[in-house]
Design a protein around this ligand. Sequence first.
Ligand code: SF4
Length: 293
Amino acid sequence: MNLKIREIRASSILIKSGLPAADWVINPYNGCLFGCMYCYAAQIARWKHPDEIWGNYLDVKINASELLKNELEKLVIRRSHHIYDFGSIFFSSVTDPYVGMEAKYKLTRKCLEVLADFGYQGSISILTKSPLITRDIDLFKKFKDIEVGMTVTGLDDKVSRFLEVKAPPVTSRIKALKELSDAGINTYAFVGPIVPYFIHDEKKIKEIIDKLEEIGVKKVWFEHLNLSPKIKARLYEYLKKESPELITEFEKTDTEKYREKLNKIIEKQMNGRKIKMGYKEVIYHKKLTKKIG
Ligand code: SF4
């Protein structure tokens, strides 16, 4: 496999967010080497590299931390007095902030160092699929309002290997979440997408929530699979080669009735637990677009 890693100089790094749960996003990389088959970013970010395969390229924004420092200073000047809270910042919306190259370039770490040195008072949220995140526990402790999350699409490495082709296996993520929780970091899990066929009944959902609660995770977000035409085209092309019988199984789940059934199971399973539900309902991209649109 031919990976293309390019060092680039970006023109901005602190970007206004279109996500309901964040005011700003920071993407220290463009592209993602984890190459998940359901990735929505594959469509959003690839206009820069239309001829390349998602998962095979990464632009490394080598000036990310320097840019962030300048942009934070400009925001302070624009607001003409020293406020160190510009709202919530999310790492990252169209890449994974701890993709393998982060071990070498440390761009996410350097951006967090800039925020810590700046004395950032707003909330920070980080979502990754990589246990490399535990490297930065020392830094997380410097923030008063930070939450650190891992995507957990099941408890079985076979499922994560199948759809999150080059991401670290889910068991290593659960171990990392426990390490973070044990270190006193506020942790969350993102069960998204809820993978059709593999995670389809109350038993499976309960197992996931039980595990997350057991390892000290404070909050869990759920999201239904986004089967928009572009995501579907890439995903089904992969399924056609790897496991064609699953196309019918996935297709069957793209109904309001199926989503409602899962919503009820999740609500029931979350009821009365210590672990809280992010967004207070299962996310579905079409409803989300309507809410923020
Ligand atoms: S880790 Fe996230 S950004 Fe990277 S390919 Fe997977 S879903 Fe996309």
